[in-house]
Design a protein around this ligand. Structure first.
Ligand SMILES: O=C([C@H](O)CO)[C@H](O)[C@H](O)COP(=O)(O)O
Length: 433
């Protein structure tokens, strides 16, 4: 039995960087080089040519994601140097047949990608019968952000066909090893190698993990955390700018500032709506909130404080993650000394009366941003971002991708002395007028 193949998906926009990263990935133990769809869309067939020219001893896989005109697209890729062309399993059988004919004519092979296929096992069998050379069990990047995983269906596909099966979609070293345990012969890794600051090391980690799984006949094991813990863990790793970018540059709360600098807050919102100076509901919210929650308060004015030192001390006792107030706060020196993260719009010495107007856990608009009970709050020195609870996992994952992308660029700036414009080819991507 042969060792599993490690294929790196060069999902970049810049060809020069792709060549550089490919060579680092090879040093880390990668076998095959995939010219990713974004790279093909950005640079055309030239990307395939360049990679073939630079890495003659490697199989070049062109992720064309062909869904129509199978012959033309496979011919283009194969003539440019692709050894394997990826087409979509969703394509009509006639497109698959045409792709296979063209591949045979130009000495290439076909890998069929099962992304979005409603019945992957059934389609994998059909594709094998049609004559494709490889099946790729693939969960796309947008699908990964919703929590989908190729491991869910991989084992059943492997059992249903006799051609080699590849696996792709958000794989890291641990998941890659699980893919091998489930019978994948090719493991495709993109982001976790390509966006890494140390490509050689990341590729090596995956290489070692899959080789170990193959040698030791590793059993498949899954360790999935509770969704809420996973969201919190991811959000603790990212910043509010990462989250804003992940939400298409969504706006932060306006006019709300940290009393204590250098603190990060992550948690689910317990919302409060109250009148200017009426601190009853804000303080009662401390009893409603659980460990790790964030109290978010909308006040109708900014003249009298609804929050102060004693409320802050109660929050610390209950292990509440932080407090955000679109209103006034007092005892700021004590709060600073306690080091508890309070974000507020204004600082005043005077408090109001606990009259008990307002409500807890209702929809509010805080700092100009809508907050519903249970929405996720992330706050740091840059500001306060609100993530709607329905999209919390997805946004957290996307923010992590933003961070990984930036880490890689940061590395190129620091270690290779490049400028940001140079790295991302900024001029090329300016909007054409
Ligand atoms: O095919 C891919 C995706 O559709 C973008 O073109 C990726 O190459 C594939 O998903 C592997 O990348 P990661 O999911 O980042 O490991």
């Amino acid at each position: 039995m042969e060792k599993p193949i490690l294929q790196v998906a060069l999902d970049l926009l810049e060809l020069k960087r792709a060549v550089e990263i490919a060579s680092e990935a090879i040093e880390g133990g990668v076998d095959w080089l995939e010219v990713g769809t974004p790279l093909i869309k950005s640079e055309g067939m030239n990307a395939i040519r360049e990679l073939k020219r630079n890495f003659k001893d490697r199989k070049i896989v062109a992720d064309m994601k062909t869904i129509d005109t199978g012959a033309v697209e496979v011919e283009m890729a194969a003539k440019s140097g692709a050894d394997i062309v990826i087409i979509l399993g969703l394509s009509d059988d006639s497109t698959v047949a045409e792709a296979i004919r063209a591949a045979k004519k130009y000495g290439a092979e076909i890998m069929a990608d099962l992304i979005n296929v409603p019945d992957p096992v059934k389609r994998a069998k059909e594709l094998e019968e049609l004559g494709v050379n490889y099946i790729n069990v693939h969960v796309g990047i947008d699908q990964q952000m919703k929590g989908m995983d190729p491991l869910e269906v991989l084992g059943r596909v492997v059992e249903s066909v006799s051609i080699p099966v590849a696996a792709a979609g958000g794989l890291d070293a641990e998941k890659a090893a699980n893919c091998v345990a489930l019978g994948a012969k090719i493991v495709i890794v993109g982001s976790n190698i390509v966006k890494s600051r140390n490509v050689i090391e990341s590729a090596r980690r995956v290489r070692e993990a899959i080789d170990r799984a193959w040698k030791e006949g590793k059993k498949f094991e899954i360790r999935r955390k509770k969704l809420e813990d996973e969201i919190r863990e991811i959000l603790m790793k990212v910043s509010t700018p990462n989250v804003s970018d992940a939400m298409h540059r969504a706006k932060a709360m306006k006019g709300i500032y940290p009393l204590v600098r250098g603190k990060k807050v992550v948690g689910k919102a317990v919302t409060v709506s109250t009148m200017d100076g009426d601190w009853a509901k804000p303080v009662e919210a401390i009893d409603v909130a659980g460990e790790g929650d964030v109290i978010v308060i909308k006040v109708s004015g900014y003249e009298a404080a609804v929050w102060g030192e004693l409320a802050t001390r109660s929050c610390i006792n209950k292990k509440i993650a932080g407090v955000i107030i679109d209103g006034a706060v007092r005892d700021v020196d004590d709060i600073r000394a306690l080091g508890f993260p309070v974000f507020a719009a204004r600082e005043v010495p005077n408090a109001g009366e606990p009259k008990g107007f307002g409500e807890i856990n209702v929809k509010i608009v805080c700092g100009g941003v809508e907050v519903n009970p249970g929405d996720w709050i992330i706050a740091d020195d840059n500001g306060v971002m609100v993530i709607p609870k329905e999209r919390a996992y997805e946004i957290a994952r996307r923010a992590l991708e933003v961070k990984k992308h930036e880490d890689r660029i940061r590395g190129e700036i620091e270690e290779k002395g490049r400028t940001l414009a140079e790295i991302v080819e900024l001029y090329k991507w300016e909007k054409v007028q």
